[in-house]
Design a protein around this ligand. Structure first.
Ligand SMILES: [Zn+2]
Length: 78
């Protein structure tokens, strides 16, 4: 289990996401951003829009995805 924060995943706050794989924390961040958008949190809107764009253009987003995968791999276990 490792922890990545909203900020480490490109967001504006320090909410921690826990997961066994980088996919877990990316999906947790996606849920978090959706929730913040629903709550009308303007600070999270740019990150939310970027995430939306990533799902729409997966090939173009591979660089970011690899970066997150590497960042996750470099983290110590909780
Ligand atoms: Zn956040």
């Amino acid at each position: 289990m490792k922890t990545m924060t909203c900020r480490q995943l490109g967001g504006p706050c320090d909410l921690p996401h826990h997961g066994d794989t980088h996919d877990d924390v990316i999906n947790a961040q996606d849920r978090h951003l959706k929730q913040m958008e629903k709550d009308g949190d303007a600070a999270h809107q740019p990150a939310r829009d970027e995430m939306k764009g990533r799902w729409r253009h997966p090939r173009r987003s591979l660089g970011w995805y690899r970066e997150m995968k590497q960042a996750f791999a470099d983290l110590p276990e909780d």
